[in-house]
Design a protein around this ligand. Structure first.
Ligand SMILES: [Zn+2]
Length: 177
């Protein structure tokens, strides 16, 4: 019996090592390319796979990822996206959210192989921004202090906060600018 102990331990060790090295299996639904479409920039939590829209304008009542033709504005509301809290201020057509950087562990199990390639450059940050109007063709934007991204009717910038290691993302709508 004793002579089997060492080979069994060796096999278990090899299996554990193989599991650590092998990529995680692809999910049934990828958090990015199987997401619902969003008009505004989307924030992705790379640890939990949560995806949330940093909405600035009122959505269309029934068309997916389109804006309502009439925008009333002048409201203030709290938002919850990708596990984080922020606020939307439509008096100024701005949405703010504070992102803790370097806190999240990247968990590839939430993403398909194609999306893993897309986000591989940005995974250290723990979060990424995406244009998910067409989730089949996601466009990734890195989050960093000097960022100045723009697409459709949105400009995305970041500022430091009083807390070290986090950035406040500001999405400004340019529809009426
Ligand atoms: Zn995907």
């Amino acid at each position: 019996m004793k002579k089997y102990v060492i080979p069994i331990i060796a096999v278990i060790l090899i299996l554990v090592l193989a599991l650590a090295i092998l990529p995680a299996p692809e999910p049934e639904r990828c958090a990015i390319c199987d997401s619902i479409p969003f008009h505004a920039p989307a924030l992705v939590n790379l640890e939990t796979g949560e995806v949330g829209e940093l909405e600035v304008y009122e959505p269309h009542p029934f068309k997916v990822a389109e804006l309502n033709e009439y925008q009333q504005g002048g409201t203030f509301s709290f938002i919850h996206a990708a596990g984080l809290n922020g606020y939307s201020d439509t008096a100024n057509w701005e949405t703010h959210i504070t992102v803790p950087l370097n806190e999240n562990e990247y968990e590839e199990k939430h993403f398909c192989r194609t999306c893993r390639n897309l986000i591989s450059r940005y995974k250290k940050q723990g979060y990424i921004l995406l244009d998910l109007k067409d989730p089949g063709k996601p466009v990734a934007f890195e989050i960093h202090i000097d960022m100045n991204h723009a697409f459709r009717c949105y400009e995305i910038k970041a500022t430091t906060t009083e807390t070290e290691g986090e950035l406040e993302i500001i999405v400004s709508g340019t529809l009426y600018a």
